[in-house]
Structures are given as structure tokens and as C-alpha cells.
Design a protein around this ligand. Structure first.
Ligand code: G6P
Length: 369
């Protein structure tokens, strides 16, 4: 097992560090930026269906559901296709309205999650076209889908999902861009610009990983917290949810993710000098609004950890700590802001002596209902 961990103390840390190469593997043969082309066989072969679809319904569980939420923002923004994101377990039991003009995208690392599998069987029985985004090749969901695209993240052993999440977002971004081009919702120069930026992401993830030592010092300060709040807006709202999930899963600290502007409708009541609040406040994307959310937290004496764009000034003045990520276009920021949140939960769990790779009560793949 030590050999399999490749010199890392835990699979989770190894998998966090594998993300630059995992994302490159996801790109391979699909992102051809020199030719300004995206090739995804599963999308290409079914382009007519995608172009005729009234909406996309994403079904997934856990971290994969969070990737689906990021996809909702990206598909709607770039390709102007309405997207609904459903917990597979809710979708399958509530007599959902599904038609032949719907495309259901099932996202699953393992491809074996019972609720997601049942949800796509239901969707197929109603005539919807099912597209699988799975990591495990030949898995049940991959086989049951009409078409799909693998994430190619390589085996993920740590129960808390890391590289599966970022590669799911990568595949879904490629899909959204391809469809945006096909639908004409994006100009060729915008498209080219997105491809060039996307290509820089593995290097920028590598750069984001360099905050590791600093994130560890932050983890040491907050490791004994009983509660934690994660806030983000727009593309980074789902990242806030995912950050909170990572902390819960492996450190057993209660954490909640919230859209930053919703803070005033509840969570603000929890804020006191004991409460760490992790705020994703990257440049662009409602930055000024997030800064004013941070001011509200500060005036209530909450302890602020900002995830900011490199060179940020405004948040630095207000926050107790800032963790920088490289700059990129707004829709790609989740691939970078996720990194310090993964590292933060990892270090806290290690410091609390928790079983990082196999947290209590959780399973890597939930094959029962
Ligand atoms: C379990 C795992 C999570 C995962 C979820 C969905 O809860 O512990 O890490 O996100 O299942 O799994 P899937 O394989 O369908 O992505």
C-alpha cells in the first residue's frame, strides 16, 4: 500500500496532487487548441439530439452532484441550454416530468451508485437520452447510458472525492464549449480564448497546489472549530458546498456551504468570534458583492479565510487569512478554488488524527439505496 501511495501519507493527498495530470488526461485527444477544436465522440455522434434538446437534467449524488451544479452554471452561461440538477434519489422517487426531448446527464465517479443508476433507468423508460460522465470504465452507469464521456482521472481510492470532481468539471466544460460552438452562442474568437485558457488550467492547478504549506498553517489555527461556514457566489457557490462536504466527510467538523448572498437569510445569526468563514472571493464574478459580504462578517467578528485571486488587495485588508489562486476566466475558477479547500480539509483531518482515506460510516461507492 505504501508503494501505491507513491510517497504520500494518504491516497487523498496523492489524488489531490495528481489533479494537474488527471486534467491533462481528461483533455487528451479532446482539446485541440491549435486547431480550435473540441472533440468528444459521445457528443459528436449525438449532436442532433443535443441541439434539439429542450433542457438537460443532471442526476448525481454527493460530490458528483456538486460537479453537476457547476455544470449548470457553465452550460447555461456558455451554451444557453436550460439545466436542472437533481439528487438522483429525489428525482427517481417523485414522478418527475421527463420527455423524449430531455437529455439526462448522469455524473458518477464509480458508475455504480444505486440511486443514480435507478434514475437513468427511469429516464430511459420515459424516452430521454442518457449521457454518462463516469470515471470507472465499463461501470454499470457507463454501460446503461446511451452515450457518454469518461473523465479518465485514473483510480480514485480516497473516499473523499478530489480528482474525480475536477475532472468531471473538466469534461462538462468541454461539453458546454462544444455545444456553445455548435449552437452559435459563442463567437469563434471567444471559443478560441476559452480553449487557450482551459489549456493553462493544469499549470494553474499546479500553482494553486503551492499554497499547501500555508494552507497547513491555516488548518492548524482552525482545526478545533466546531462549525465552519463556506460561502461562494455564481460558479463558486457549488465549490462552497463541495468545500463544506470535504470538511464534514473527513474531519467530522460540522460545515455548511451557502450562496454568499443568502448569508443574511440565516447563517449570519451563527457568526461570532468562534466561527471560521471561508469565502471564495475571486476577481470578476460579483467580486464587489462578495467583498461587501465579507465586510458584514467582519463587523460581526467572524474569522475570515478568503480564497482570492493572486495579487488581491481588497479582501486581504479585511480577512484574517487569504489563500491565493491564479487568475483565470470566471467559468474556470472552480477548478482552481477547489484546490485549497481540498487541502484545508485534508490537513485538518490529519491533525485531528482521523482516518482520512476511509472516514467512518462512509463508502467510496454506495451501491445500496
Ligand atoms: C459516496 C462517496 C462520494 C461520492 C458519492 C457519489 O458518497 O463517498 O465521494 O461523491 O458517493 O458517488 P459516485 O461514484 O456516483 O460519484
Amino acid at each position: 500500500e505504501q508503494i501505491e501511495k507513491g510517497g504520500y501519507d494518504h491516497f487523498m493527498l496523492k489524488e489531490i496532487y495528481e489533479q494537474p495530470s488527471a486534467i491533462l488526461d481528461t483533455f487528451r485527444g479532446r482539446l485541440l487548441s491549435n486547431e480550435a477544436v473540441i472533440k468528444l465522440a459521445g457528443v459528436e455522434d449525438n449532436m442532433k439530439k443535443f441541439l434539439a434538446a429542450d433542457r438537460i437534467i443532471v442526476v448525481a449524488c454527493g460530490t458528483s452532484w456538486h460537479a453537476g451544479l457547476v455544470a449548470e452554471y457553465i452550460f447555461e452561461d456558455l451554451a444557453r441550454i436550460p439545466v436542472e440538477v437533481e439528487y438522483a434519489s429525489e428525482f427517481r422517487y417523485r414522478n418527475p416530468v421527463i420527455t423524449e426531448k430531455d437529455i439526462v446527464i448522469a455524473i458518477s465517479q464509480s458508475g455504480e451508485t444505486a440511486d443514480t443508476l435507478a434514475a437513468i433507468k427511469l429516464a430511459k423508460s420515459k424516452g430521454a437520452f442518457v449521457f454518462g460522465v463516469c470515471n470507472v470504465v465499463g461501470s454499470s452507469i457507463a454501460r446503461e447510458s446511451d452515450a457518454g464521456a469518461y473523465t479518465h482521472a485514473g483510480p480514485e481510492i480516497g473516499v473523499a472525492s478530489t480528482k474525480a470532481f475536477t475532472t468531471q468539471i473538466t469534461v462538462l466544460t468541454l461539453m458546454a464549449l462544444r455545444l456553445a460552438r455548435a449552437k452559435g452562442t459563442m463567437s469563434s474568437s471567444e471559443f478560441r480564448h476559452h480553449l487557450i485558457e482551459l489549456e493553462t488550467i493544469p499549470g494553474k492547478v499546479e500553482e494553486a497546489l503551492q499554497s499547501d504549506a500555508y494552507v497547513k498553517t491555516v488548518a492548524d489555527i482552525y482545526k478545533d472549530s466546531k462549525n465552519c461556514l463556506y460561502l461562494g457566489r455564481g460558479f463558486n457557490f457549488p465549490v462552497a458546498l463541495e468545500g463544506a462536504l470535504k470538511l464534514k466527510e473527513i474531519s467530522y467538523i460540522h460545515a455548511e456551504g451557502y450562496p454568499a448572498a443568502e448569508m443574511k437569510h440565516g447563517p449570519i445569526a451563527l457568526i461570532d468570534e468562534q466561527m471560521p468563514i471561508i469565502v471564495i472571493a475571486t476577481k470578476k464574478g460579483h467580486y464587489e458583492k462578495v467583498v461587501s459580504n465579507i465586510q458584514e462578517i467582519k463587523s460581526r467578528k467572524g474569522r475570515i479565510i478568503g480564497i482570492v485571486t493572486k495579487g488581491d488587495v481588497s479582501v486581504k485588508e479585511l480577512a484574517d487569512h487569504v489563500i491565493e489562486v491564479p487568475e483565470t476566466i470566471e467559468c474556470l475558477t472552480p477548478l482552481l478554488t477547489t484546490i485549497p479547500l481540498q487541502l484545508l480539509s485534508y490537513h485538518i483531518a490529519v491533525m485531528l488524527n482521523k482516518n482520512v482515506d476511509q472516514p467512518r460510516n462512509l463508502a467510496k461507492s454506495v451501491t445500496v439505496e
